[in-house]
Design a protein around this ligand. Structure first.
Ligand code: ZN
Length: 147
């Protein structure tokens, strides 16, 4: 790991206590903070304390911690804000330090409309339609099972 990269990572700065954040909950391996660009009130991010760009490169212990903390924060969100449910997703393209979005979600809100639009796109797009043939499903399943 390039130490210079970690020095410039805002999440590493937050974990180290050198950058400001609204810390909500943590354990030894993960930290939950409020997202500075919330989709809804109480929107949190859960990050591993170690600098790991992609979530699938985390250790078993880090994955367990990350999801345990995400669940604990989701339960806090349900108690504090009573949303319809709490959505989680991981992307992490903008800041290369794994983060799970933990978002209180209400029918018709921004995130709900975004995912509804994405699902519409997923179902209707011609370029994706070719992935729906039995041959494509079989090939994908074979490749995944043997990977
Ligand atoms: Zn980092």
């Amino acid at each position: 790991m390039d130490p210079k990269k970690e020095d410039r990572c805002v999440f590493c700065e937050i974990v180290a206590g050198r950058a400001k954040a609204h810390r909500i909950y943590e354990d030894d391996l993960s930290l939950a903070i409020l997202d500075i660009n919330p989709f809804s009130k109480g929107h949190c991010l859960v990050i591993p304390k170690r600098h790991v760009p992609w979530w699938h490169d985390l250790t078993e212990e880090e994955v367990e911690s990350l999801f345990r903390v995400a669940r604990a924060v989701s339960q806090k969100i349900m108690k504090a804000f009573s949303p319809d449910f709490v959505a989680i997703y991981a992307r992490g393209r903008r800041i290369p330090h794994t983060h799970i979005f933990v978002v209180p979600t209400y029918g018709g809100d921004v995130l709900d409309r975004f995912f509804n639009a994405l699902e519409g796109f997923q179902e209707a797009t011609i370029e994706l339609a070719k992935l729906k043939s039995e041959e494509e499903f079989q090939e994908a399943a074979d490749l995944l099972r043997s990977a």
